[in-house]
Design a protein around this ligand. Structure first.
Ligand SMILES: Cc1cc2nc3c(=O)[nH]c(=O)nc-3n(C[C@H](O)[C@H](O)[C@H](O)COP(=O)(O)OP(=O)(O)OC[C@H]3O[C@@H](n4cnc5c(N)ncnc54)[C@H](O)[C@@H]3O)c2cc1C
Length: 386
């Protein structure tokens, strides 16, 4: 793709990550998925090269960059067929929230590990009875002396098994108004009462999803991230990076699929010319290429606004980027599978499993419809139906 809009540093990062991705690639990922393993070697090597914490402050071992850099890392690993999903949650959401709002002690405790990849942190907000309506979450924290006691349930939380801790969105009762307000808690994987069960997903990915039960999980006072009264602000600070990174995830997968399809269409010949000469094959691939490029532009805009500290402006752009990238990815994967004919559905070519995987970006972390709602209300000023 054309990279002229990016700084030389960003272009160099993109090329370096692409080279790393190429050394691992889809075969590496497929082999370890089948073996039930995690991409430990790729994670460790990306960490060593400083890619995993590229967005985190230098004072804590990070690269001192922002979402512009981290999104390049995820996109290029994905374009090579070996995306690291946990980049969305660990450095992007959890790292950002702790770096921006954590106490000094929390930053010391978590950021160096998140930056050098030795610590992975999951993020749990979705609840079975709340779903897209996060105002409805009921995971509640009550104070007991110096401790917090958390009770509730979460669902679809990714990577809890490999994460040292999970950043859980709960609510505390406001002592003055009695109202519940959102708060973020760091829950260690082995905290008593913190139970997880793996959800049987039809997804071929090394990262698994879990249902969580928090049964009177006792946490020390410093498990609460930052300020009890600024929970909502803190939560939103993590959600824009999440959307930007989901866009990067989708762009990587879409680009990977189109590249495979183009390779195939160039050489597969059943009439006089390779199938790529037929416009019915070429045009949809060209269309997908355009749509992925356009989505990337919006992702770059969102990352720029976010890194410049414009949380509000970044909110709209990050939602639009996530929407555009997810839609482009779903379409690109569909077209790629079709381009390969019967081979599109073989295990050998490995594209069919992406049909399911591509849908993840349309649903999570916020569904296509909730983004359309956001744009209807926030950008267009239309009334709300709910
Ligand atoms: C692979 C995967 C990984 C995930 N990882 C995590 C994670 O790490 N942490 C985490 O907290 N969550 C995670 N999630 C959860 C994800 O964020 C939710 O699935 C998502 O927010 C949608 O919630 P839901 O599944 O409850 O769907 P629902 O909210 O039940 O929505 C169902 C359908 O109804 C539509 N809908 C709902 N409300 C409206 C409305 N007002 N207007 C129009 N349409 C509407 C939705 O768009 C959707 O199509 C993950 C999900 C998946 C699939």
């Amino acid at each position: 793709m054309s990279t002229a809009l990016e700084t030389e540093e960003h272009q160099a990062l993109r090329a370096a990550v692409a080279a790393l991705g190429k050394r691992y690639g889809r075969d590496y990922m497929t082999t370890l998925i089948r073996a039930g393993e995690h991409p430990r070697e790729l994670w460790a090597e990306a960490a060593k090269l400083g890619y995993l914490g590229v967005n985190l402050p230098e004072a804590y071992g990070g690269g001192g960059g922002g979402m512009a850099e981290l999104s390049i890392v995820l996109e290029e690993l994905g374009a090579a067929g070996s995306p690291l999903l946990m980049l969305i949650v660990s450095p992007a959401i959890c790292g950002t929230v702790i770096a921006r709002f954590g106490t000094d002690a929390q930053k010391q405790r978590w950021l160096p590990g998140l930056a050098d990849g030795s610590i992975t942190m999951a993020f749990g907000i979705t609840e079975p009875d709340a779903g897209s309506n996060s105002h409805r979450i009921t995971t509640t924290a009550r104070k007991d002396g110096d401790e917090w006691v958390l009770t509730g349930r979460k669902v679809f939380v990714s990577g809890v098994d490999i994460a040292e801790a999970t950043l859980i969105v709960g609510r505390t009762e406001d002592a003055r108004s009695g109202k519940l307000k959102p708060c973020l808690f760091i829950v260690p994987r082995d905290a008593p009462g913190f139970q997880r069960s793996q959800i049987d997903m039809e997804l071929q990915a090394p990262e698994k999803q879990f249902e969580l039960v928090l049964d009177d999980v006792r946490l020390p006072a410093d498990a609460l991230v930052g300020d009890e009264d600024a929970g909502l602000l803190q939560l939103f600070a993590g959600l824009n990076p999440e959307r930007i990174m989901t866009a990067a995830f989708a762009l990587g997968m879409g680009s990977y699929a189109i590249a495979r399809a183009v390779d195939y269409a160039r050489t597969r010949q059943v009439w006089k010319d390779p199938i790529g000469a037929h416009q019915a094959i070429a045009h949809p691939l060209a269309q997908s290429h355009i749509e992925l490029e356009l989505a990337r532009l919006m992702m770059q805009k969102a990352a720029r606004l976010y890194d410049e500290g414009d949380d509000m402006g970044a909110g709209e752009a990050a939602n639009m980027a996530k929407y555009a990238a997810a839609e482009a990815c779903v379409k690109a994967v569909d077209q790629a599978v079709h381009t390969l004919g019967g081979n599109g559905l073989t295990r050998e070519y490995g594209l069919a499993s992406l049909v399911t995987a591509a849908r993840v970006a349309r649903i999570a972390p916020v569904s296509r419809e909730m983004i359309l709602n956001f744009v209807s209300h926030q950008s267009l000023g239309l009334p709300k139906s709910y």
